[in-house]
Design a protein around this ligand. Structure first.
Ligand SMILES: NC(=O)c1ccc[n+]([C@@H]2O[C@H](COP(=O)([O-])OP(=O)(O)OC[C@H]3O[C@@H](n4cnc5c(N)ncnc54)[C@H](OP(=O)(O)O)[C@@H]3O)[C@@H](O)[C@H]2O)c1
Length: 271
């Protein structure tokens, strides 16, 4: 059996924020294929969220879409309450929702700064807090998993690669790195695992300009030793692994899934 499909997450309940597009949608489909029931969270793309639900159901899985703004405490609490009322609990959180609002630093408004921090960093705090409260309440259900719960934070290679013109975004992802590690340290004794995925360049709407034309893609490929831009499915597979007991001894780690983008590609010729 392909371990990523079928039974590895059978019976587990997952919530994926920003599940209506790009990486989040691929994570939802991959978790669904691996046997999990999936909440597909979206902000405004209702139709796209429901399409992801329909895809999971067409593949034999179970899913539901829930609207919520991850940066709003009341929305997050309502979303978790809806999920727990419907399915009894949560086993896996993928805190994936994120956005960019780029610009030169000297022109960056406070609104632009706060918005990106609110969604990319505070959104992860609000969702992870609700998940930890529920994992602690329920404890381990050994029929489902040897952990009480799993949290996967969607970060970025820009949690360690500085990014001019994107200071708010890179700062939010740098924050996610320390958030993930500190939380992992705090909750490990409760058998809650917290890890991050840091994607490199993945073809999604968030970075369309970077891969849409052959010229842009050629420029991008100079930064990727593996010589291809990533697909959302590359991240979906990793999320299944991190959510499953196959990775049971991993906590507080970041998986850089980036075709080698973090390997200082300039040093292939330079140095
Ligand atoms: N693509 C890449 O190359 C790349 C690389 C590194 C890291 N990442 C990270 O991967 C994650 C997903 O990015 P993506 O490329 O898949 O982007 P995307 O296609 O633009 O999708 C973003 C998702 O986040 C949701 N979202 C945005 N603001 C939200 C909010 N306030 N509350 C709830 N949901 C919200 C969107 O919902 P609506 O559609 O309803 O607005 C959408 O589902 C982000 O955290 C991003 O930083 C992406």
């Amino acid at each position: 059996m392909n371990f990523l499909e079928g039974e590895i997450l059978q019976g587990q309940r997952a919530l994926v924020t920003g599940g209506s597009s790009g990486i989040g949608a691929a994570v939802c489909r991959a978790l669904g294929k691996a046997g999990a029931r999936v909440v597909v969270n979206y902000l405004s793309s209702k139709e796209e969220g429901e399409q992801v639900v329909a895809d999971i159901e067409a593949a034999g899985g179970q899913a539901m879409a829930i609207q919520a703004d991850v940066s709003k405490e009341d929305d997050v609490k309502r979303m978790f309450a809806q999920m727990i009322e419907a399915w009894g609990s949560i086993d896996i959180l993928v805190a994936n929702a994120g956005m960019q609002w780029d610009g030169p630093f000297h022109e960056m408004s406070l609104k632009q700064w706060n918005k990106v921090l609110d969604v990319n960093l505070t959104g992860q705090f609000l969702c992870a807090r609700e998940a930890v409260i529920e994992f602690n309440r329920r404890g381990i259900d050994s029929d489902l998993s040897c952990a009480a719960g799993k949290i996967i934070c969607m970060s970025s290679v820009h949690d360690i690669i500085p990014w001019a013109g994107h200071v708010n975004y890179a700062t939010s992802k740098g924050g996610v790195l320390m958030f993930m590690q500190s939380l992992a340290q705090e909750v490990a004794h409760n058998k809650i695992r917290v890890n991050a995925i840091s994607p490199g360049a993945i073809k999604t709407p968030i970075n369309r300009a970077a891969w849409e034309t052959p010229e842009a893609e050629a420029e991008l490929l100079k930064l990727i030793p593996y010589e291809r831009v990533g697909n959302p499915e590359d991240i979906g597979r990793a999320a299944v692994w991190l959510a499953s007991d196959a990775s049971d001894y991993m906590t507080g780690t970041t998986s850089y899934i980036d075709g080698g983008m973090t390997l200082y590609p300039g040093f292939r010729e330079g140095g």
